[in-house]
Every structure is written in structure tokens, then in C-alpha cells.
Design a binder for this molecule. Structure first.
Ligand code: 1CP
Length: 362
């Protein structure tokens, strides 16, 4: 396997073994948004630097990626590179601000606006800063835990590009799907092509597992999910894996987190080549395992709000979650069912990690 870099040897491979479907001695654990606003040391960095400046400066992206790893030494089993899913729309030529949520000054209003996007995206040129941050962070990690790379899924990115930011109803992006289905599909395919290059570039730079975040999957009906999101998700996995093989790069495990799309779990397990499916908290772990069979590992899925519910509730929820995933068998990566929120006390996060170590042990 050839990567242009050499890195310190990995000392903790629990995440990678569980992702490959192995039943591990205890569940590896990490938390979506583990580098974020609940950490005072993160807020300190953000006082001095704009959000996207942190993403674009490898020293800063590396620093904030390392913050939870340092604070929770020996408790976290993975790091995730600090960035945002919205760097892909930026690479396509759109302006994105963060104040404090994401906003696009010039969203795509009609298909005519597609012409404002970059025709050909050179990911090395537009997103090389992410690749450099990954390489630097792999060195800084010194093999303690693996480094996860990620992208937003095409449907989720499409919805931000059309809505111009977060949205509760996704009215504008859905009106695109229903009024202009062919143009929508063509745009989703353009985003998909960038995602493939971007993920391959992250592996070349040193990412050891890749996660695709389809955070808005659950806003689509099962029919529309199959029509507008599923094909791009399937395409990303097969094409990234093919390119990694062709380019003699490590064929790293891939995780899909299609939030709210539990209706699609069986279809995703049967018809895509993701190694891991991420679960939100709206499905019982054993139920999920019954749906997907033994082909994939599962990741999740405690309700993030339990982290603001006090330690007895956290302990009870982790115990219940562990019993459910263990009863189902197969690979399991412990996580929340969505990102950690800014209100969480970092010591309660520590308690969550300690409880996973205790209750997931075989
Ligand atoms: O000011 C700040 O610091 C803003 C908070 C913040 C952070 C810490 C945002 C704004 N993004 C991030 C980092 C981030 N975003 C990571 C870093 C790695 C880690 O997990 O530690 C990751 C993986 C993301 C991914 C992301 N960004 C998603 C997918 C996951 C999810 O939560 O569903 C989405 C939808 C976004 C968009 C986004 N960026 C930021 C916010 C607040 C949002 C979502 C809310 C909205 O739409 O308004």
C-alpha cells in the first residue's frame, strides 16, 4: 500500500477492527462534534479565529482536533479532523459564512444559478488545506488513535446550497426536487464527483476511516430518498473504494450516517458497500441489527440530550445501549446518535466515555 507519507505506527486499532465487523473486547468510542463548543479550550481558539480560518489553517485545525484527545487521554478511540461539511460548497465556488450557524449570501435559487458554480473543481487546489491538516494531525497523533476523514452527503450539501443555510422544513430544496428533478439530479451528481475526489484525497493525506454525513436524509420520504439521495451514497462508496484500489491506497473502512433514515437501513446494508452504518437515537440497537443482518458494523446511538440529563441517566442509557448492541452481535462503535451540543459539561462527556468502557466490555 502506497501513501506519499509515513506515519507513526497505530497503537489502538479498536475502531478499525470494529468497523471491519469484529466483535471487540470493548466498544471503541468517539463522539460526533467531539471538537466543539462544549470545550472551553475550543471556545478560546474561536475567540481569536473565525470558524473557517480554523479549518483553513492546518496548525489550528490540528490543535482543535487534538483537544478532546488530550483532555480524554485513554478514553477516546478515534479523532475526527476538524473541518465542516460546507467546505465542499465553497470548493464548488459558493461563499459560506458562519455567524454563528452557516449562511450562504448567494444561494442557488433556480437551475440557472448552477452556471455560477465552478465547472471543474480541482480538489487539491480548493481543499488542499484539509489534506495538509490531516497529514499534520496524523503525525501529531503519534499513533495513539486513528484519524477519521469526512464529507457531507450530496443531498445534504445540495439542501444547504439551495436553502442558503440550515432550515427546518427544507421547502426551497424540496421545491427544487419536485419542480426540477432532472436538474436537481445533475447538480447532486456534480457534488458527488467532488465528494469522491475529496475523500480519496483525504485517504492519500492520511485519513484511516471515512464518514459520509447525510444529516438531512430523514427529511425525505422513503421514495424521494431512493430517488435523490441513495444513488449518490451508493456511488460514493463504490467509486471511492475503486479509486483507492486503483491508486494503490489503503482501502479504508467507510461509514454512512444517514440521520433520520432508519427506514432505509436494510436497503443500505443490502445495496451499498459501506462497512459501517451510523444510527440516530430513534431506533433500538437490537432492532437495527435485525434489520441490517451481519454484513455491516453499526455506530451509535445514545440520544445526545442524555448528556445534559445527569450522570445516573447517562449511566443507565449507556448500560441499556451496550446490552442492545451486544445482544445483536457484530461490530459496534459507540457514539451518540448525533453531534454533542454546546451545553454539555465536559466532565459529563468524560462520564459517558467511562461508562462505555465499563458496560461495553465483553
Ligand atoms: O462557531 C463554531 O465553532 C460553530 C460550531 C461548529 C463546529 C464545531 C460548526 C458549525 N461546525 C463544526 C465542526 C464540524 N462540523 C465537524 C468537526 C469534527 C467533529 O465532529 O469534531 C463536523 C464533522 C461537522 C459536520 C457538519 N457540519 C454537519 C454534519 C453532522 C451533523 O451535525 O449533522 C453539518 C450538518 C454541518 C453544518 C453545520 N456547521 C456548523 C453548524 C452549527 C452546522 C449545522 C447546523 C445548521 O445547519 O444550522
Amino acid at each position: 500500500m502506497t501513501t506519499p507519507h509515513t506515519f507513526p505506527e497505530l497503537k489502538n486499532d479498536l475502531l478499525l477492527r470494529a468497523a471491519r465487523g469484529e466483535k471487540t473486547e470493548r466498544a471503541p468510542v468517539w463522539v460526533m462534534r467531539q471538537a466543539g463548543r462544549y470545550l472551553p479550550e475550543f471556545r478560546e481558539v474561536r475567540k481569536e479565529h473565525e470558524f473557517f480560518d480554523v479549518c483553513r489553517t492546518p496548525d489550528l485545525a490540528c490543535e482543535v482536533t487534538m483537544q478532546p484527545i488530550r483532555r480524554y487521554t485513554g478514553l477516546l478511540d478515534a479523532s475526527i479532523i476538524f473541518s465542516d461539511i460546507l467546505v465542499v460548497p465553497q470548493a464548488l465556488g459558493m461563499e459560506v459564512l458562519m455567524n454563528p450557524g452557516p449562511s450562504f449570501p448567494d444561494p442557488l435559487e433556480t437551475p440557472a444559478d448552477i452556471s455560477k458554480l465552478r465547472e471543474v473543481v480541482d480538489v487539491e487546489k480548493e481543499l488542499g488545506y484539509v489534506f495538509r491538516a490531516i497529514t499534520q494531525t496524523r503525525k501529531e497523533l503519534n499513533g495513539e488513535v486513528p484519524l477519521i476523514g469526512f464529507t457531507g452527503a450530496p443531498w445534504t450539501l445540495f439542501s444547504y446550497m439551495v436553502e442558503g443555510g440550515g432550515s427546518k422544513t427544507l421547502q426551497k430544496s424540496k421545491s427544487w426536487l419536485f419542480k426540477y428533478p432532472e436538474e436537481s439530479k445533475a447538480l447532486i451528481q456534480r457534488i458527488t464527483d467532488v465528494c469522491v475526489d475529496y475523500l480519496v484525497g483525504q485517504v492519500k493525506a492520511g485519513a484511516q476511516l471515512l464518514q459520509v454525513f447525510d444529516s438531512n436524509a430523514g427529511d425525505l420520504s422513503p421514495y424521494d430518498f431512493n430517488e435523490f439521495s441513495f444513488p449518490s451514497l451508493q456511488y460514493i462508496a463504490t467509486h471511492v473504494q475503486r479509486r483507492l484500489r486503483e491508486e494503490n491506497l489503503p482501502v479504508v473502512p467507510m461509514t454512512l450516517f444517514a440521520k433520520g433514515a432508519n427506514f432505509a437501513l436494510k436497503h443500505l446494508a443490502d445495496n451499498t458497500t459501506y462497512d459501517v452504518l451510523g444510527l440516530d437515537w430513534c431506533i433500538d440497537p437490537l432492532e437495527a441489527r435485525k434489520l441490517v443482518g451481519s454484513k455491516v458494523a453499526l455506530q451509535g446511538n445514545m440520544d445526545p440530550s442524555v448528556l445534559v440529563g445527569g450522570r445516573p441517566a447517562i449511566e443507565a442509557a449507556v448500560k441499556r445501549m451496550s446490552e442492545g448492541f451486544r445482544a445483536g452481535g457484530g461490530g459496534w462503535i459507540a457514539n451518540l446518535g448525533h453531534g454533542i451540543t454546546p451545553q454539555v459539561d465536559p466532565e459529563d462527556m468524560r462520564w459517558f466515555l467511562e461508562c462505555v468502557h465499563k458496560y461495553s466490555a465483553l
